[in-house]
Design a protein around this ligand. Structure first.
Ligand code: GUN
Length: 303
């Protein structure tokens, strides 16, 4: 295709701008909670070890938590911390009424059992939505804490498409953090949902049937434009670092340039789904705080 004649048919989905709106709505609600009830939501983030990417995430979470008017509690533990010490800290945070949300940054060091650690968090404070009780509540359509990245994707989809019922949704990737909860949320929206993965046969044809295509596999530019149905809404959860022309850059799981020629709307990387994750973490902390105090939940900030 000639570069001059190429038109980007897809409307880019401005996740960065939408995340800023979500954070502003959270901050506004927090202001009212303080003024009307004297309540300030608190989020505790626990980082074990010194993984550089995790350190960046944790720092950003702290900054954005404070910007939303909430209290940020940060715990940085050495990589060799015994698991029993981490469980003791979690028990203390579970019992602390000023802490509404608890997030243990993953991955944990190899000597720890991540499932045991996550399941030690009080489900009502599990703002990641990873506790097995929250997974079950989501699967049965009850009041769960919903994992942040799929919640952010759902907010973007609702904003773009309104009613999702009856649409064909394909989720590529079956992780507990994104793929599975995303599929559950889309089922709840009355989509017809397919979970595809590395063993899926005829993956290209499966993707081509999708009105909503969510890519969450962690493989750079794996999904080319000719796998995208014309007019489809494409949500790219991938954040992959690649070397190109001697430089490092971030790309998604979808080949943006070719997919944007075909899709109706598509999230860019960076600036699409990524900023929604922390925004939804703040929304979940606010929701947990409202539930803990028997107050109405914030509108438009839950699943
Ligand atoms: N590490 C990468 N993503 C996440 C996340 O969403 N939650 C936690 N706790 N750790 C992560």
């Amino acid at each position: 295709m000639s570069g001059e004649l190429a038109i980007n048919r897809a409307a880019p989905i401005d996740g960065k701008g939408f995340a800023a709106e979500v954070r502003a709505r959270v901050a506004e609600h927090v202001t009212r909670l303080k003024a009307d009830y004297g309540i300030t939501p608190g989020l505790a983030v626990v980082l074990v070890g010194e993984d550089p990417a995790s350190q960046v995430y944790v720092r950003n979470k702290g900054i954005q938590t404070r910007e939303a008017g909430m209290v940020s509690f940060e715990y940085r533990l050495p990589a060799e911390t015994p698991q029993t010490d981490l469980l003791t800290l979690i028990a203390r945070l579970n019992a602390d009424a000023s802490v509404n949300g608890i997030l243990v940054q993953l991955p944990l060091p190899g000597h720890m059992d991540a499932e045991a650690v996550i399941n030690a968090i009080d489900p009502a404070k599990d703002v990641d939505g990873f506790h097995v009780s929250n997974v079950g509540l989501l699967a049965t359509g009850q009041n769960a804490m919903v994992p942040c990245t799929p919640l952010g994707c759902l907010m973007l989809l609702r904003d773009r498409l309104g009613d999702l019922s009856g649409l064909n949704a394909v989720v590529v990737g079956r992780s507990n953090i994104v793929g599975k909860p995303m599929a559950q949320l889309l089922v709840r929206e009355s989509c017809t949902v397919t979970i595809a993965h590395s063993r899926t046969k005829e993956l290209a044809a499966v993707c081509r049937a999708a009105d909503i295509l969510v890519a969450a596999v962690g493989r750079p530019k794996m999904i080319p434009g000719d796998w995208v149905k014309p007019g489809a809404t494409v949500i790219d959860v991938g954040i992959n670092r690649i070397e190109e022309g001697g430089k490092t850059r971030l790309v998604g799981d979808v080949d943006f340039d070719s997919a944007a020629q075909v899709a109706g709307a598509i999230t860019p990387v960076p600036g699409g789904v990524g900023p929604m994750t922390i925004a939804c973490l703040l929304a979940n902390t606010l929701t947990a705080c409202c539930r803990a105090n028997n107050l109405p939940e914030p509108e438009g900030l839950t699943a």
